[in-house]
Design a protein around this ligand. Structure first.
Ligand SMILES: *[C@@H]1O[C@H](CO)[C@@H](O)[C@H](O)[C@H]1NC(C)=O
Ligand SMILES: *[C@@H]1O[C@H](CO)[C@@H](O)[C@H](O)[C@H]1NC(C)=O
Ligand SMILES: *[C@@H]1O[C@H](CO)[C@@H](O)[C@H](O)[C@H]1NC(C)=O
Length: 385
């Protein structure tokens, strides 16, 4: 009896010995396979697909395809099959731009430099920044005030343009996910990020935000590059009210189609969140595409606590008679209303009403009064984690 038991023990330990021997013998093979397996499941992270010359953003200044440095842009595949084009801001940038200092009257915002276009090519944003060091001072004041009041709050900057909001937010040590499809603006923002030495605080995405994954033409508005918009909006326009005409009337210069961009959705952004990214202020300025972008935003809003949204609303009112746009605007507003957002003027004083959206001012701030201080409601709930 005892002997038998003993024998079984011996045979068990022999068996384990054999296994250990096998493992030792094949250690290298097993390790290689394991590492191989790890590499496969992290394929996109370890080997981001580099985008070579086929990158299809076109320079507004040279009027031809730009040879993008292969290491500067890479593709991040999302589980839903979409591809986000990430712009690596840690690479060197040898461009030579004019980068004036911003001049906001906030004591703690000094030494922010922002690289601009030649003011003759971009009279509005670059011109104002060049002459006065300011652009949209009222919106900026409200944005900074709110950011100061809300620690641990980061920023999602949709339609970053030259990155004014992005750069200002980094001064408060926040992280920014910035989305901008125009190559000429991206390289300027890249330069600004380097000059201000905030490379580790910005995730820069070279896509446009849309309703799905598709390639759309971008209309460049000469002399006002920040007003560039997706041509898709023109297709929605009633023939007698082409957006071209509106832009033409405003600026005296017809837009030209010069760049093609790949769209991603607001929801896609969640797949590149840094781990600490739980709460963010959303800034949106995408020339009327906002209403369409909100059809795929519920994952983003479920995943992120968004205390406030700054939106250029004026363009939406201008294009409300485009095909289907009225419905899209109303859907967007009901999405926001359902999620407890209250609309305000960006002077941080006047509450406005959802029903009157057709006479809202050019810029609007939506606020979640249960999370952040709303004008007229002297409460500040849950300011810090
Ligand atoms: C850019 O290219 C288009 C089409 O080839 C041409 O019509 C236009 O004049 C060019 N613009 C400039 C500024 O060179
Ligand atoms: C966007 O939302 C629509 C429905 O609202 C859905 O059918 C579509 O698949 C979504 N697209 C993406 C890329 O998530
Ligand atoms: C977002 O959350 C709501 C409420 O919890 C849920 O009904 C909805 O299905 C969620 N949407 C997505 C896309 O996760």
């Amino acid at each position: 009896m005892v002997l038998k038991y003993h024998r079984r023990l011996i045979s068990t330990s022999l068996f384990i010995d054999e296994i250990m021997k096998l493992i030792k013998r094949y250690f290298i093979v097993i390790t290689v396979f394991f590492l191989f397996y790890l590499a496969i499941i992290n394929k996109n992270r370890l080997f981001p697909r580099l985008v070579f010359g086929q990158f299809h953003l076109i320079s507004t200044e040279s009027n031809q395809t730009v040879n993008v440095r292969q290491s500067q842009l890479y593709e991040h595949e999302i589980s839903n099959g979409g591809i986000i084009t990430l712009y690596d801001v840690t690479q060197d940038n040898e461009w030579d731009f004019q980068c004036p200092k911003t001049q906001y009257n906030e004591a703690d915002i000094t030494d922010v430099r922002i690289c601009i276009y030649d003011p003759q090519h971009d009279e509005h944003v670059s011109g104002q920044l060049n002459d006065h060091g300011k652009w949209e001072p009222v919106v900026v004041r409200s944005f900074l005030r709110l950011l100061r009041a809300l620690p641990n709050t980061h920023v999602i900057d949709i339609g970053a343009n030259l990155g004014l909001y992005t750069l200002l937010a980094t001064k408060y040590d926040r992280h920014v996910i910035a989305v901008e499809p125009l190559y000429d603006s991206l390289i300027r923002l890249h330069k600004s990020i380097q000059i201000n030495n905030v490379q580790h605080q910005v995730t820069l995405i070279a896509n446009a935000i849309g309703v799905k994954h598709e390639r759309l033409a971008l209309n460049i508005v000469d002399k006002n590059l920040g007003a560039s918009y997706l041509s898709y909006l023109d297709q929605l326009a009633p023939s007698d009210k082409k957006l071209e005409k509106l832009v033409d009337e405003q600026h005296g210069i017809p837009p030209r189609v010069l760049a093609e961009v790949d769209t991603i959705t607001l929801d896609d952004l969640v797949s590149i969140y840094p781990i600490f990214f739980k709460r963010a202020i959303l800034k949106m300025d995408i020339e009327g595409f906002e209403a369409l972008a909100f059809s795929n935003a519920s994952v983003l809003f479920n995943r992120t606590e968004i205390p406030a949204i700054y939106m250029e609303f004026g363009k939406l009112i201008e294009i409300k008679y485009h095909r289907g746009m009225m419905k899209k605007i109303e859907e967007m507003l009901s999405f926001l209303k359902k999620r407890n957002y209250e609309p305000y003027e960006v002077n941080d004083i006047n509450h406005i009403l959802y029903d009157n959206w057709e006479s809202w001012p050019w810029d609007v701030a939506f606020r979640r009064c249960d999370i952040c201080r709303c004008p007229g409601l002297e409460k500040l709930v849950g300011s810090a984690e």
